[in-house]
Ligand binder design. Structure first.
Ligand code: KIV
Ligand code: ZN
Length: 514
């Protein structure tokens, strides 16, 4: 049997640091449950000291999952570690993840301290964390740009202080694969007690090399990889879980290691994260992009018909992509609907099921064929919604050649009905203006994207909007068979998220910078 690579998923922590990707508590729990189905080994649920919202989310994830370890991030300070432990202590398998930067750039400019002071802070932090649990991870932030001999000293000292996992981040995505692989080999050779800890990597994608660097590290003896679904994360993102896992699986002949990931859950995880964060997956993204298994050239199609392995190195089924099947129509009843939800792995309470079923019926009245993706969009739209301050009641609009586009929007604000009518440059513009008037919002629309979730003229359209107010960027999504209604839903969704975000920001204890 080959050696196992531990998959440490940080979608809920580093992934959530993607601009605009903030998730609320319910959404984080939903993602965590899906990560449990995916069978990741560790879920990094958040940064408990960052805000009340982060703290509560880590606590909720710790309570919601049983199989994976749950990690909370903290700086190398007692206050951070105590707060992280408070959030984690009821988890079945808690892990404290403490970090401090070890590169001279960070030591001199960010901390204005000496190497010796940083080493002591690292050791003290790990020793303090080890007083709570023996599952302590230490990260040497910006390790890839750190002086190697100093890095060795820090690692040796924190292992002696009780660190069970040593993480080597390429924080700014600067490393080149063979160089990064050599760094890992050097650490394994030079750090005397390295055998007492699991060696891990955490690579950012600034040069598009995060997966390559992670795999080079694995080839040089690393046994934990930190990654995120769809590769979301700070700046250009983190190494993408699905790419690492499928590379290890597809090239087992070369890598000679394995993961315990249930690869058939990959596509569903990707869709869930994209739906919740509003960060769309690029069409040609490896493994989970819409074109990842599409064969366009005639010569390729011919080859595929003769023998699939001519142009396919892994099957769509192996990552959970199946032919979109017609599952339900307007005559389908509650029973068929709830059976289909079970097949899709969606668990709802009785009330949620009723709400989703009514939305399904409304859609089935307008749209003949309901696909799995339509159902997932209904669930995202109707169920994974925040406790909303704003509720869209109705949208009517006129547009066309020779008329000035106008819209009338009816909304509930804190339970009170309000109506406004506006003209605009187009129907979407008119709708957004009316919504902003009702919500008294100053938010600026930064981006507007429309995509069809399913095929055909009656396809369900998914609209993603990115809005910005007072330095906060939020992504909202809405789906409907009518694009203008989907746009209105997306905008109202974004405004609700913004309200939530403002609320958690007001309650923040302190927002540390990474
Ligand atoms: O990129 C980084 O260095 C990090 C650490 C906190 C692990 O996210
Ligand atoms: Zn990171």
């Amino acid at each position: 049997m080959s050696e196992k690579i531990i998959i440490f998923d940080t979608t809920l922590r580093d992934g959530e640091q993607s601009p605009g990707a903030s998730m609320n508590l319910e959404e984080k729990v939903q993602v965590a449950k899906q990560l449990e189905k995916l069978n990741v080994d560790v879920i990094e649920a958040g940064f408990p000291i960052a805000s009340e919202g982060d703290f509560e989310a880590v606590r909720a994830v710790a309570a919601a999952v049983k199989k994976p370890q749950v990690a909370g991030l903290c700086r190398a300070s007692k206050k951070d570690i105590d707060r992280a432990w408070e959030a984690l202590k009821d988890a079945k398998k808690p892990r404290i993840h403490t970090f401090i930067a070890t590169s001279d750039i960070h030591i001199n400019y960010k901390f204005q301290k000496t190497r010796d002071e940083i080493l002591k802070a690292a050791v003290n932090a790990v020793a303090h964390a080890a007083g709570y649990t023996d599952n302590v991870e230490f990260s040497a932030e910006d390790a890839a740009r750190s002086d190697v001999s100093y890095l060795c000293d820090v690692i040796e000292a924190v292992i002696d202080a009780g660190a069970a996992t040593i993480n080597i981040p390429d924080t700014v995505g600067y490393a080149i694969p063979d160089e990064f692989g050599r760094l890992i080999a050097t650490l394994r050779e030079k750090v005397g007690n390295i055998g007492k800890a699991v060696l891990s990597v955490h690579c950012h994608n600034d040069l598009g090399l995060s997966v390559a660097n992670s795999l080079a590290a694995v080839s040089n003896g690393v046994r934990q990889v930190e990654c995120t679904i769809n590769g979301i994360g700070e700046r250009a993102g983190n190494a993408s879980l699905e790419e690492i896992v499928m590379a290890i699986r597809t090239r087992h002949d070369h890598m000679k290691v394995h993961t315990d990931i249930k690869t058939e859950e990959i596509f569903r995880s990707s869709r869930l994260v994209s739906t919740i964060t509003g960060i769309l997956v690029q069409q040609n993204k490896a493994v989970v992009g819409a074109n990842a298994f599409a064969h366009e050239a005639g010569i390729h199609q011919d080859g595929m018909l003769k023998e699939k392995t001519t142009y396919e190195i892994m099957t769509p089924e192996s990552v959970g992509i199946k032919e979109s099947t017609l599952v339900l129509g307007k005559h389908s009843g509650r029973h068929a609907f709830s059976d289909r939800l079970k097949d899709l792995g969606i668990e709802l309470t009785k009330e949620e099921l009723e709400k989703a079923f009514l939305a399904f019926k409304r859609l089935a009245d307008k749209k003949k064929t309901i696909y799995d993706e339509d159902i997932e969009a209904i669930i995202a739209d109707e169920i994974f919604r925040l406790p909303d301050r704003f509720r869209l009641v109705s949208v009517t609009f006129t547009s066309g050649s020779g008329v000035v586009p106008s819209a009338t929007v009816e909304m509930e604000v804190d339970g009170k009905e309000k109506v406004k009518a506006e003209f605009g440059d187009g129907p979407v513009d008119a709708v957004f203006k009316a919504i902003k008037k009702i919500a008294r919002s100053k938010a600026k629309l930064m981006r507007f994207t429309v995509s069809a979730i399913t095929g055909g003229a009656d396809a369900l359209g998914e609209v993603t909007v990115r809005i910005r107010e007072n330095g906060i960027t939020i992504i909202g999504q809405g789906a409907s068979s009518d694009i203008i209604v989907a746009s209105a839903r997306a905008f109202v969704n974004a405004l609700n998220k913004l309200e939530y975000r403002k609320g958690t920001r007001d309650r923040e204890v302190e927002r540390p910078t990474l």
